[in-house]
Structure formats: C-alpha cells, structure tokens
Write a protein that binds this ligand. Structure first.
Ligand SMILES: NC(=O)c1ccc[n+]([C@@H]2O[C@H](COP(=O)([O-])OP(=O)(O)OC[C@H]3O[C@@H](n4cnc5c(N)ncnc54)[C@H](O)[C@@H]3O)[C@@H](O)[C@H]2O)c1
Ligand SMILES: [Zn+2]
Length: 679
C-alpha cells in the first residue's frame, strides 16, 4: 500500500535508550492528560518503535517506566475499576505487516479466520458507558486499562450516547468520544469568547472537555460505539447493528461505515476505500481497525496484557503536525476577497512539505487565538488545502506577537468591508481592475503618463475601463466627463495612450501582470516567441523552453493566459502588441548566432547613467542591450562579459574588476550602440 512508516533505528547506547524512554513518558503524560504533547503521533510511534527495538536487543534490561507493553504507555490512571480490561490495539503500518499479522492469527487459531470486520479508527478517547435497566449510570475513561476516571459529569454533552437505551437492559457500551471538525471549530470559538485558550486539535479538545468540570460554557462531543460487555452471542458486525438498534451512534452512520469482509484481499480493499474517504469525513481518523468478526475466533484468540490478538490497527500517516507560525500574508482575490494565509516553518505532513496553510478569514484567526511565533498544529489530509488548527498555548515563550490585520485593502489601498466574515475590498472586482491598470501603465510596462493615482480609480469607477485593453478604446469625450479633467489633460492622455499602442511585445506582455513574469522574464518570452499570437498558441511544453521557466511556472502562465483571453482579444483588436519582434531563434538561424554590436556579450549595468543614456531607466537599458544582441542580467557572475559602470558604481564594479571583467562607461556603451540610439 501507499503508507509506509520506516522503523526507527534502535538507540545506540543505554543512555540514548533512557533518553528516549524519558521523552516518550513525558509526551504520553501530556497526550493523555489534555493532548498537549509537542510530538506528532507518527513521531511518538517512531520513538516507541525504537524503544521496542532496543528492548528486544537487550532482553531483561528494559526500564520499569518504559511505555512499551502498557495501555496508554502507563501514563493514564483511574480509580473506577473496569469490569473487563479496556485494552489498546496493536499497530501495523503496511499491507505486508497486515498480511503477516492475519497469517499469525490464523496460525494461532489453526484455521482460517471466519470473516473480518473493517472499520474506521476514530481519533478520540475510549470510554465505557454503563447502563442499568437501560439507563446510563456511569461514564468512565480507559485510564490504565484496569481502572479509569469517572466522567459522568460530561455525559450530557455527548451526542450519540443515549441517556436511555431502546431496551431496559444491563449493559456496558464501549466506544470513542471525539470532537467532530465542526464541534472543534465551535469549541474554540466559545473558548476564545470566554478568554480561555483554544484547543490545539480535536483530540486535545475532546480530552480536555471530558475532564473539565464547572465550565461556564457547554461544548458538545460525539460518541461512536464499537463494543459492548454483556451482549454475548454476536459476531462483531452483528454487535454493531445491535448497538445502533439500542440507540447508540455507530460508524454505520458515516461514509466510512464498518463492513464485513471475507478474505484479507477484500480487507485491503476496504482499507483503501476508507483511507480515501479520510479527507472528507467530518471527524478525524488515525487508522483503520481490522477485527476478526466471529465471536468464536475472538474468544479463542484471546488478549495479551496490552491488546487483543483478534484485532489490529492499520495506522494511517499522521495528518496533524506541529510547526511554527512565521507570519500571515493577506492576499486579495480576483473578486476583492481579502484572505489571510499562514506562512509556516516548512514541515512534512504525509510525504508533502507544507509552507502555507489557509486561515479562511480574520474571524478564523481570532477564533483560533493565534499569535505570530506560535507552535501550531497544522492539518493536511488528501489534496485538501492544509489548515492551521490552533496554537500550543503552553509552549509559548512570551516572544509571540499579535497578528496585524490590514486597515486598508493591501492591493488598492481603499477601505475594507468587514461586515461579513470574509473581508472584501470595497471595490470588489474593481480592486483588481484599478491595481492591474495602475501596474500596466507603469514606467516599465506601457509607460502611459498621466494615468497614475486617482485617474485609474476614476476610469474604473466611471465604468470606462475594467482592464488595460479598455484604455485603448477611450475617447476624448469620455475623458472629459471625468472630474477635474480639462481639454489639455484629455488631449495629453489620449496622446500618451496612442504612443503606448506601439510599445514592443515585451512591454505589452509585462503589462498583463501574468504571475511570475516580471520585466526580464517578459523580455525573454517576447524574444523567444516573437508575437503575442505565438505566445498565446504556446502550450506549457513550448513555454518551458524559455530560459528560466520550469514546468510548474509554464502551467501557471498558460492558465493565466487562458483567463486573460478577453483582454488579449481586445488588445489584438486595438492593434496593441501585434508587431512582430524578430525572435532570438530566427535571428540566430539566419545569422548563425545573435547579431548586433553586443552579440555574445553578457552585460550588467550598475551606477547611474550619464551622457546620451542619462534618461534611460534600468529596464530601458536592458531593452537596449538586448536589441543590440546582448544578454542583460542584474548581477555580476563569472558568466558576465561586460560591465557598464555609471556614476557611484559600487560593489558590482569591485566584483567585476576582481573577476577580470571588462568595465566600460555609459558613454562608451552609447558609442557602441550609437546606431540603435538614432533609430
Ligand atoms: N503524540 C504523542 O505524544 C502521543 C503520546 C502517546 C500516544 N500517542 C498516540 O496514541 C496512540 C496510542 O494510544 P492508544 O494506546 O490509545 O492506542 P491506539 O489509539 O493506537 O489504539 C487503541 C484505541 O483505539 C481506539 N479506537 C478507535 N476506533 C476504534 C475501533 N473502531 N475499535 C476499537 N478501538 C478503536 C480506542 O480508543 C482504543 O483504545 C498512538 O497511535 C500514538 O501515536 C501519541
Ligand atoms: Zn482593493
């Protein structure tokens, strides 16, 4: 199967072994007390496996407080004795281990197992619920397996755990109590509203809630029954049906319903099915439990001191991991929604490294009580976007900082509509329009003078322009309808726009604001394809041929261009960006290599320009160099062949001299490319 947890190597020395035991004991104590462990479950499991490995290699030397072989690792206690011990489960981590385990059970029985039951391993806490004449009289935790804690005070708030059964019988139900995802979200909302610290994850919340007494608020939990004492004569799947008939909630009410399987192959298949459902289940599972279904098989197999021999947990990779919240970014979507995103210290969850997680909306941040610098639980399952669950409040150092909420739209600077949970720029879609027009008319793109600041806002608000292509359709009469727009400014603006019509392809492309394509990438794309039509016709593979575009970026560019199709069509209709630039490839093919006064040169420009080049921006300089057949770049390296050093050239000049690179002045360069300057 796809899940594989490598056995950790045994500690090398006795001291390392003792350290490992101490770490595990501490983690388990925190985990069973209120779930506040700093270890992810897979880290704990790996630690336990390494402890086991050492103990197997050193028989008789195990430390007495070692967690191996104990229910709850010996960390939980209680004073209400259990009628029948409440055991844990042995684990397997792969299809091979499961097959070996099943074969072992059949060897022990001396016959094939008479059917299996496969069900979700609910990620909560085991409880025993005692009923007398059908009425709930006692609710107890698992504790150390022999005795647990009385948590009767919490019974009221546990949904799916009936106060009265459908029949007046004496019975003890066993099952799991957990917080569903929505119960967890609600719990943290209620807790932060009461000034209490949020729960780090649902399991932690379930543990804390079951224990707590006299809280000024109520948090609901959910019960799933999966066993009973006193309902003999039934196989496991029949027992589950009976529990449901008595009125208890079981996993049969969920998409991951328990099912009987005949052979191990069928078991494997159902495991895959339930694993695939995991991300969409409204509650957490940390594995899948496989049980021999027949009562006769169960009785004959019996139990060890920690776990039954007729059932096993097939563990799924941990979906909760602890990492650090480094910051929060606020991104404005195309419709103006302002969404916060958590920036995380990279952490691997289920084979994928995560650096971002969703925070949904500002209320969500408040509800989770997050601070920058917090250790947080992140959750990732399947292809769902990872989410931050909550901080580990007792790991705080005091250096954590509050998360700053934006006061104005981070994209256009206008006000934010905070009346809904999802914050939105008051401009809605117009926010994108203003920002994208402002970018498009910038000095290094279309360079339209007189369209900065409020003019772009006015055009968008008057409905005269929704994107950069609309600028080319503007008439003098339309402009004159705008506030504070006189004849002269209207004429000037019309003239500036007319001039922008003739901008070369690289600048028009850059003006589109396609993700990941700044000035220099736009130059490369323009040089490679030669026309907007060729860029639009390119698929990801063709785009990936451009220097610096990998397959991921190529796919993003293709997707963005598809979205921009209406804008590109309008631009083409206005004749903007349609001029054909001789492509680098065509030039090379025709002339056996690039041509021009800077052919073959890798050029870097530094310092301020003087002489004939004094007025050129850095972008214009780079364009000039490329028109002259050179390759412009921004940093000096061994590949650089020419440095143009203007006034106040600093470290780049020093580095070029150190590398023995030819250094010339702006005037020298102007002379070299004089032909192009005249044109
Ligand atoms: N992160 C940590 O620091 C830390 C510390 C201690 C333990 N743990 C985790 O706890 C687990 C060990 O705890 P455990 O002893 O409670 O055992 P377990 O969780 O591996 O398995 C036994 C438990 O599974 C539960 N369960 C859920 N669904 C069930 C079903 N359908 N049928 C039967 N039982 C079902 C029951 O509560 C049962 O007691 C390990 O997986 C470990 O990762 C983590
Ligand atoms: Zn905005």
């Amino acid at each position: 199967m796809m899940f594989d947890m490598k056995d950790a190597a045994a500690p090398a020395t006795h001291a390392a072994y003792a350290d490992a035991v101490a770490t595990a004991v501490q983690a388990a104590a925190a985990y069973y007390a209120d779930g506040s462990t700093p270890l992810g479950d897979d880290e704990y499991d790996a630690l336990l496996r390494s402890i086991e490995a050492w103990e197997q290699a050193h028989p008789g030397e195990a430390l007495p407080d070692s967690p191996t072989g104990k229910v709850a690792g010996g960390a939980a206690l209680g004073d209400v004795p259990h009628s029948v011990p409440m055991l844990s489960l042995d684990n397997v981590f792969s299809a091979e281990e499961l097959t070996a385990w099943a074969a072992g059970l059949e060897r022990r029985l001396g016959r094939p197992v008479d059917g299996w039951c496969v069900e979700p391993k609910l990620d909560g806490l085991a409880v025993a619920a005692r009923y007398r004449e059908g009425r709930l009289v006692r609710l107890i935790t698992r504790g150390d397996g022999l005795a647990g804690e009385d948590i009767g005070h919490a019974a009221d708030a546990v949904l799916g755990l009936p106060q009265t059964l459908a029949e007046p019988i004496d019975v003890e139900l066993r099952g799991e109590v957990l917080l569903t995802q929505s119960q967890f979200e609600h719990a943290n909302e209620v807790r932060t509203a009461h000034g209490a610290t949020p729960f780090a994850n649902p399991r932690n919340g379930a543990a804390g809630t079951l224990r707590a007494k006299d809280r000024p608020y109520r948090i609901e939990l959910t019960f799933f029954a999966y066993g009973a004492i006193g309902l003999g004569g039934l196989g496991h799947s029949a027992l589950l049906d009976r529990l449901a008939a008595l009125g208890a909630n079981t996993a049969a009410s969920t998409a991951a319903r328990p099912g009987r399987c005949e052979g191990v192959e069928e078991v494997q298949q159902r495991i895959e099915e339930i694993a695939a459902l995991r991300a969409d289940l409204p509650f957490g599972i940390d594995g899948i439990v496989v049980k021999a279904d027949a009562e006769a098989d169960q009785e004959q197999a019996g139990a060890g001191s920690r776990a039954p021999r007729w059932a096993v947990a097939y563990k799924l990779p941990a979906v909760h991991k602890v990492t650090r919240l480094l910051g929060v970014e606020w991104n404005v979507g195309r419709t103006g929604v302002i969404a916060p995103r958590a920036v995380l210290e990279p952490v691997e969850v289920d084979g994928v490294t995560i650096t971002y997680a969703t925070l949904h909306n500002p209320a969500d941040i408040t509800r989770r009580g997050l601070l920058i610098g917090d250790q947080v639980f992140v959750h990732r399952a399947g292809d769902v976007i990872p989410r931050v669950e909550a901080p580990l409040v007792d790991q705080r150092t005091g250096d954590e900082q509050p998360i700053a909420f934006p006061a104005v739209c981070p994209r256009c600077g206008d006000a934010i509509d905070t009346s809904q949970q999802r914050w939105r720029c008051v401009r809605g879609r117009g926010c994108q329009a203003v920002a994208s027009i402002r970018y498009a008319v910038g000095r290094d793109q279309l360079d339209v003078e007189g369209l900065g600041g409020t003019r772009a806002v006015q055009l968008v608000e008057a409905g005269l322009a929704a994107d950069l292509a609309d600028l080319f359709a503007l008439t003098r009469e339309q402009l004159l309808t705008l506030d504070r727009m006189g004849d002269t400014s209207a004429d000037n603006l019309i003239a500036a726009i007319a001039e922008a019509r003739t901008r070369p392809l690289n600048r028009v492309f850059c003006a589109l604001g396609v993700l990941g394509t700044g000035r220099s990438m736009s130059r490369r794309i323009a040089a490679h394809f030669g026309s907007m039509a060729a860029v639009r016709a390119a698929d990801a593979e063709a785009l990936a041929e451009v220097d610096g575009i990998g397959p991921d970026k190529a796919a993003v560019i293709v997707a963005e261009l598809v979205e921009l199709a209406p804008v590109l069509d309008k631009l083409a209709a206005h004749g903007v960006g349609t001029a054909v630039t001789p492509t680098a490839a065509a030039t090379a093919a025709a002339e056996d290599g690039p041509v021009g006064p800077l052919a073959g040169e890798a050029v870097v420009v530094t310092g301020s320009m003087t002489g004939p080049l004094a007025d050129l921006s850095r972008n214009q300089m780079n364009e000039l160099i490329e028109r002259a057949g050179g390759k412009a770049s921004s940093s000096v390296s061994k590949r650089t062949t020419l440095l143009v050093a203007g006034e106040k050239a600093g470290s780049k000049r020093a580095k070029a001299e150190e590398l023995g690179i030819r250094v010339i002045s702006p005037e020298d360069l102007a002379e070299l490319v004089a032909e192009l300057l005249v044109a």
